[in-house]
Design a protein around this ligand. Structure first.
Ligand code: FAD
Length: 628
């Protein structure tokens, strides 16, 4: 019987980070309490009802590979799924799906309630209880207290949240939710440095008032891939999204009302996400762009409400309406919810280490938007890692720190901790030095072993990933050994205007031809070798090899770089090192190293602006200590 006043772990916040953290700690065997302002809003998508996209889809696949929830929930709630970037190389293919917002939330809640050691309490945390530099529980706004051996804070945009619509401001965590103010002040009082960011959301409209003939439909892929490696839920009915554009009139309205926008009137000072700009930002900063895209995205199967992606704004409501009506096809649109901007506190991430534990309070973990990121996927992956590491800490095991070379999750956390961020951070494939090997199609091969080792991923799922790896190895050998005759392969090559063979050639070499799509190889090979059709894993493995063959040279360069970086990463920097006392370091170097406190020489080398001479000084200092 659980003592309802004391737990192993308390997770504060039921957003994307909090859900993953709470699931991870409880599945890993720890009694966990998830406290959140409103239990009905657990798993709520605060902004658009979509998961994935370029970089973000990679994160969701990685979360799934480790045993996290987001991929499975997104697949169960998907009402449109597409693989983006299909026209480009497979390294940047990215799954994205439109979710039924209501269903996503309900599925997340259903999944969490199935976990035996996970408990729930509705309320606002006002204070963390600390003793001798360690967290030992929380105090709620109803006076109740809960004890815990470790805490995960995942309070999103709620800390001192302030909504702006035109000149009107109102404290809120997001539309319809109260802000978290006492906790924000308490965190400052106990010494956490905070910053201020902002984000925004567009108005929602009633789809029954849209003239869809003025928009271009975007269909779901006929055979959607989805996010989860482990389950394929029965598909829900598929819906269309719609693409339209702003017009000159829209831009005129923005210019006329520039002074009414809190972003330009000086009312909002905080930085917003550069890659999700408001329509005001786009029109004013890119005046030569005659039009901007507007996507209409359905909010669900049971509602006619639509999300107007591309028109994020905090203009006064009458101006929002005029902007909407200026878009072709939206002349008669009825607004159901206005857009708004929100400012909130975040904690500059030099205050956490690579396990996401705070440096000041080692059993307190930070995850999600509060670390300066933006996006569901960015939040969820941090929640997952914070949960895993909170559990490992209590089990007396070393933390799981994923490297940049093996995952986008590792890259995101390393970027935050080592480089910091002065604007809301979102993931991009271009941030990775290893993007040809960190593909969405091989997340399970890269990460399932970690998920299994820490006790999050079930054995049968891990075994499945292992089998897939073995099949890929077999397929690699098959492709390198099998020679195809000109008689067999030439008709297909000629059909794609690819030069014909005059003697047999190895499959692996033929795979490199960019003009031949995978589908054509599939058709040819299944006729040639009937066995393939009965071993789908083998076909899948062969597709992996087909992908790899295209990047062979680059992949081996990535491999070399990985080995070099691994050497630097293996040189640990002692936690207790006093940089201020190393006279051979520059003053600036001492400050930077002390702020980040890198775990290894490799991490130190990535600190922006750290001089080569400082790195050399560190190497010499380490050698001196070893010989002392
Ligand atoms: P959230 O999802 O915000 O969840 C926070 C949770 O903490 C909530 O459950 C809340 O109830 C709980 N909580 C807060 N304080 C307390 C407390 N004191 N005690 C107990 N519980 C507490 N992302 C993009 O990628 N692109 C966008 O364009 C974009 N626009 C956005 C627009 C708006 C208006 C908002 C609000 C968010 C937007 N986002 C956008 C961000 C996206 O919603 C977040 O990145 C994501 O939800 C963060 O997840 P999280 O788990 O960190 O926090």
């Amino acid at each position: 019987m659980t003592d309802m006043s004391s737990f192993d772990v308390i997770v504060i916040g039921g957003g994307h980070a909090g859900c993953e953290a709470a699931a991870a700690t409880s599945v890993m065997g720890l009694e966990t309490l998830l406290v959140t302002i409103n239990l009905d809003y657990i798993g709520q998508m605060s902004c658009n009802p979509a998961v994935g996209g370029i970089g973000k889809g990679h994160l969701t696949r990685e979360i799934d590979a480790l045993g996290g929830l987001q991929g499975r929930i997104a697949d169960r709630a998907a009402i449109q799924s597409r693989m983006l970037n299909k026209a480009k190389g497979p390294a940047v293919w990215a799954p994205r799906s439109q979710a039924d917002r209501e269903l996503y939330r309900l599925e997340m809640q259903r999944e969490l309630r199935r976990i035996p050691r996970l408990h729930f309490y509705q309320g606002m945390v006002d204070e963390l209880l600390l003793e001798n530099g360690k967290a030992k529980g929380v105090r709620m706004d109803d006076g109740n207290e809960f004890g815990a051996r470790s805490l995960v804070l995942a309070t999103g945009t709620f800390l001192n949240g302030l909504i702006h619509i035109g000149r009107t401001t109102r404290p809120a965590g997001r539309a319809g939710d109260p802000p978290s103010e006492r906790l924000a002040e308490h965190m400052a009082a106990i010494g956490f440095e905070r910053g201020r960011f902002k984000t925004g959301t567009p108005p929602r409209i009633d789809g029954r008032s849209v003239d869809f003939t003025r928009f271009k439909p975007q269909e779901s892929d006929p055979e959607p891939v989805g996010f989860s490696h482990w389950e394929r839920p029965a598909p829900l009915p598929r819906v269309r999204c719609w693409l339209g554009y702003t017009r000159a009139r829209t831009h005129e309205i923005v210019h006329t009302h520039e002074g009414d926008s809190p972003l330009f009137s000086g009312q909002i000072q905080a930085r917003g996400p550069r890659y999700c700009p408001s329509i005001e930002d786009k029109v004013i900063k890119f005046p030569h762009n005659p039009r901007h895209q507007v996507f209409l995205e359905p909010e669900g199967l049971q509602t006619s409400e639509m999300y107007v992606n591309g028109l994020s704004t905090s203009m006064p409501i009458p101006v929002q309406l005029r902007m909407l009506h200026s878009v072709e096809g939206l002349e008669a649109a009825r607004m159901t919810k206005p857009g708004y901007a929100i400012e909130y506190d975040y904690y500059p991430p030099h205050q956490i280490d690579l396990s996401l534990a705070t440096r000041a309070v080692p059993n307190l973990f930070f995850a999600g938007q509060i670390n300066g990121t933006t996006g569901y996927e960015e939040a969820a992956c941090q929640g997952l890692m914070a949960g895993i590491n909170a559990a490992l800490l209590l089990k007396g095991e070393p933390p799981l720190v994923l490297s940049r070379a093996e995952s986008y999750i590792g890259l995101l956390i390393d970027d935050l901790v080592t480089r910091g961020t002065d604007e809301p951070y979102r993931i991009f494939t271009s941030r990775s030095e290893y993007r040809l090997s960190l593909r969405q199609d091989n997340a399970d091969l890269r990460l399932a072993a970690h998920g299994f080792r820490v006790g999050l991923l079930a054995r049968d799922l891990y075994d499945r990933a292992q089998r897939r790896r073995e099949r890929a190895d077999e397929a690699r050998a098959y492709a390198r050994e099998t020679a195809l005759s000109p008689e067999l392969v030439n008709p297909m090559l000629e059909a794609h205007e690819s030069s014909a063979l005059d003697q047999p050639a190895r499959l692996y070499g033929l795979f490199k031809r960019p003009e031949i799509p995978w589908q054509s190889w599939m058709e040819l090979l299944t006729t040639y070798d009937n066995n393939m059709s009965i071993v789908p894993d083998f076909v899948d493995g062969l597709q992996q090899v087909w992908l790899e063959s295209k990047y062979e040279g680059y992949l081996s360069r990535e491999e070399q770089r990985r080995a070099e970086v691994a050497r630097m990463e293996s040189v640990a920097l002692p936690g207790e090192i006093e940089y201020a006392e190393i006279g051979t370091l520059s003053l600036e170097g001492r400050e930077k190293l002390d702020r980040v406190r890198p775990a290894s020489l490799g991490q130190a080398a990535r600190i922006p602006g750290l001089r080569v001479s400082d790195l050399s000084a560190l190497v010499i200092e380490l050698a001196r200590r070893r010989s002392a």
